[in-house]
Design a protein around this ligand. Sequence first.
Ligand SMILES: C[S@@+](CC[C@H](N)C(=O)[O-])C[C@H]1O[C@@H](n2cnc3c(N)ncnc32)[C@H](O)[C@@H]1O
Length: 180
Amino acid sequence: MPSAMGNVIAAGPYRNRIQPPSMIVDAIDAKPGMTVIEIGCGSGLYTVAVAKAILPDGVVYAVDIQERMLDKLRNRMEAEGVENITPILADAEGHIPLDDSVADAIFSVTVLPEIPDPVKTLIQIKRLLTTNGVYADAELLLDPDFPLRRTIIKWAEKAGLVKLRAIGNRFRYVLVFKKK
Ligand SMILES: C[S@@+](CC[C@H](N)C(=O)[O-])C[C@H]1O[C@@H](n2cnc3c(N)ncnc32)[C@H](O)[C@@H]1O
């Protein structure tokens, strides 16, 4: 998705209704002190909501492949007075520059289908999760790349993740995984 679309997708009033940030906060059971990674943070609608939920001492590492998206995230952080987010410019299909087993939770919202080899990204996600960490992936039918739930589950299983639960319905869902 081009960065020029970043505000459109994140700020549209429909987004807060049909893919509300609380959906991710709940799916990863966000709690104060957690270390969380977001893959493909875009302009940061979900990043900031999770960052607020893990205050006072939690941190979010927000990964995106586009510097312009990270600039939009920085603008949102400033506007909302949120400081516990570290933006990281990286291709999530390659090496994400964070230590193994660093994250209590990782999430992505309408990102995986944009990545040419999503299984490579899911292998990175598995590397970054703690033993009991969870990964939540949210998808929405309005996304032109929308994948069926079984497609995401198949990719995740190839990477060594197993489904814990599914939230929502087949048109708007969050799938939660853990390490096998
Ligand atoms: C559809 S947007 C979703 C943004 C945000 N998650 C949201 O829902 O508002 C997809 C985002 O994934 C990022 N992205 C795509 N491929 C990526 C990759 N290989 N590594 C990291 N980020 C990527 C894009 O730059 C874009 O910001």
